[in-house]
Ligand binder design. Structure first.
Ligand code: CO
Length: 163
């Protein structure tokens, strides 16, 4: 069955996720289903809690043609450099975008579905996507990173949308 994307303000999006211990076929199947759900929603990243799973993994693809599949299991950012402001959105908050300050370069340590360890250096959109998705694993949304004023404007936007 196709995965459904959890929307704000579902409390599952504010939970801390647990590390993956078992790199089993179930994990691979879930990652495949998450790629499918992400592409269907035209997103560049989707984290496990966004499909109701409180585990530390996420899928990312910043390419235009679905050719750069990246799956990060138990990812940890181990080095950062610089800061930059860029516009972000989230599949759990469809229709809302805002500028968020992030590190411009990151080095991330992670595992793939087979349990093999990797390191990746990223900048630009990929760096932003990695930071955004790892935040999800800690129950943090990009709107949590906004200034108080911007946050108020988000709340007004959301209230209006819900009417
Ligand atoms: Co998101």
């Amino acid at each position: 069955m196709a995965l459904q994307i959890v929307k704000y303000p579902d409390p599952v999006l504010t939970e801390m996720c647990k590390e993956v211990q078992n790199f089993d076929t179930e994990l691979g199947k879930t990652l495949d289903d998450m790629f499918e759900a992400m592409y269907r929603a035209h997103g560049v990243g989707l984290a496990a809690p966004q499909v109701g799973i409180l585990k530390r993994f996420t899928v990312i693809d910043c390419s235009d043609d679905n050719s750069e599949q990246l799956e990060l299991v138990n990812p940890v950012i181990i080095e950062v450099e610089g800061t930059e402001l860029s516009e972000e959105g989230c599949l759990s908050i469809p229709g809302y975008q805002a500028n968020v300050k992030r590190n411009s370069w990151v080095k991330v340590n992670y595992f793939d579905r087979k349990g093999e360890e990797h390191e990746l250096e990223a900048e630009g959109l990929l760096s932003v996507a990695i930071q955004h998705e790892i935040d999800h694993l800690d129950g943090v949304l990009f709107i949590d990173k906004l200034s108080r004023l911007k946050r108020e404007s988000f709340k007004r936007w959301f209230k209006k949308k819900e009417q």
